[in-house]
Design a protein around this ligand. Structure first.
Ligand SMILES: Nc1ncnc2c1ncn2[C@@H]1O[C@H](COP(=O)(O)OP(=O)(O)O)[C@@H](O)[C@H]1O
Ligand SMILES: [Mg+2]
Length: 360
């Protein structure tokens, strides 16, 4: 094959049923569904959903970008979100964009209860911060990162890309009465990546579509399940199986991989939520005991919605004077809940306990 990997004609959805519904796959669906249902239930017990969503989305923005070798640190990210700064690296900016793109997609889906191809284009545009849109010039090929060998040539013709995208979106929006949505999730992700409709950002856009598909099918209510941490740990397999399916049209191994990813990340997210919840309880207790006059539930929740907080956050959210806000933050620092961090003229107060949990 060498340089001239033949272009495989990508078939429209759905694939033949017996290819995607083997006994092993059904076993995998079972395990993944159980874990995901548990996650859905536990997420509901967190009273303040913004707290949960903020922390988890940011982690995903970081992980999903890391798969594409866009690296930033959690510290830099939070600072970029909190302080208006021109010193933010382009990588961090892309990760911040990724977060916005997830939220845009989530809002659109909530409003419409379906997605259009244009909504996908809008998500990708927000992500890459340019308006190149759907590919219209041929030349995009997928290469092996180390050897440079062409592993896959996606469709090059604009009309064909558009045609495959309409087929994709129809399958995405359809409520399948027969096949498990988790099997469809795997098929859809494969198909989107193989259409590869954009010059760049296909991986990240495709991974945003994954969580939107789970929400559309009510397998989860809020955008908190992400496969990227699993994909990072099993990245070679991710690429190998996409290629394997391109070449052979066989879906079983790919679907099993995606089911394992759902099961695994559901379990780790459950753990993370329980740690966050613990940390909230501990903080409430500490503030109640040591600063009884200052204690308000909303105050503690704010520290978890905004792991790096500043005076303005308190002023707007809690409706207090600047002076009072500043006093709150200083007292919380004295009892060890927050740690002050100066950036230029601005002081950020870091929720140290939460940052520890999120780093694990
Ligand atoms: N053989 C393949 N077939 C289909 N899709 C693939 C294959 N190999 C990699 N991909 C997908 O392509 C993505 C990278 O595409 P790219 O447009 O650069 O996305 P991003 O900018 O988000 O990195 C990978 O994350 C993966 O999902
Ligand atoms: Mg890329």
């Amino acid at each position: 094959m060498g340089q001239f990997a033949p272009q495989h004609t990508l078939k429209k959805l759905p694939p033949r049923r017996e290819k995607v519904e083997t006994i092993e796959i059904l076993r995998g669906v079972n395990k993944a569904s159980t874990a995901l249902a548990e996650l859905k239930g536990i997420a509901k017990t967190i009273p303040n959903q913004a707290m949960l969503i903020n922390a988890i989305i940011l982690q995903e923005a970081k992980d999903s970008s890391e798969i594409e070798n866009i690296i930033t640190t959690q510290d830099e990210l939070y600072k970029a979100l909190t302080v208006v700064s021109s010193k933010v690296s382009s990588e961090t900016k892309e990760v911040v964009n990724y977060r916005k793109a997830i939220l845009t997609g989530f809002d659109t889906l909530k409003k419409q209860q379906f997605l259009r191809v244009n909504d996908i284009v809008a998500i990708q545009q927000e992500l890459v911060d340019n308006n190149a849109g759907i590919r219209s010039t041929p030349g995009t090929v997928l290469k092996n990162e180390t050897t440079g060998e062409i592993v896959y040539t996606p469709p090059q013709d604009k009309a064909e890309i558009n045609d495959l995208l309409s087929n994709f979106i129809q399958f995405f929006n359809e409520r399948d009465e027969e096949l498990s949505p988790l099997i469809n999730l795997a098929i859809l992700h494969y198909q989107f990546e193989s259409i590869h409709p954009f010059y760049d950002g296909n991986g990240r856009t495709g991974r945003i579509l994954n969580i939107l598909y789970l929400i559309l099918n009510e397998l989860i209510d809020v955008p908190i399940l992400y496969l990227s941490s699993y994909i990072i740990q099993n990245k070679q397999e991710y690429y190998r199986l996409l290629s394997h399916t391109n070449k052979t049209g066989e879906f079983e191994e790919w679907i099993l991989y995606m089911l394992k990813a759902v099961e695994n990340t559901s379990k780790s997210t459950i753990e993370k939520i329980s740690k966050i919840k613990n940390q909230v309880d501990l903080t409430i207790e500490k503030v109640q005991n040591q600063l009884p006059k200052m204690y308000r539930k909303e105050l503690v929740e704010l520290l978890f919605e905004q792991p790096y907080s500043k005076i303005e956050h308190l002023v707007t959210k809690l409706n207090v004077e600047r002076k009072a806000a500043s006093r709150y933050l200083k007292s919380l620092e004295e009892i060890g809940v927050l740690k002050a961090h100066k950036i230029g003229r601005e002081t950020l107060y870091i929720n140290v306990g939460l940052i520890e949990v999120l780093k694990q």
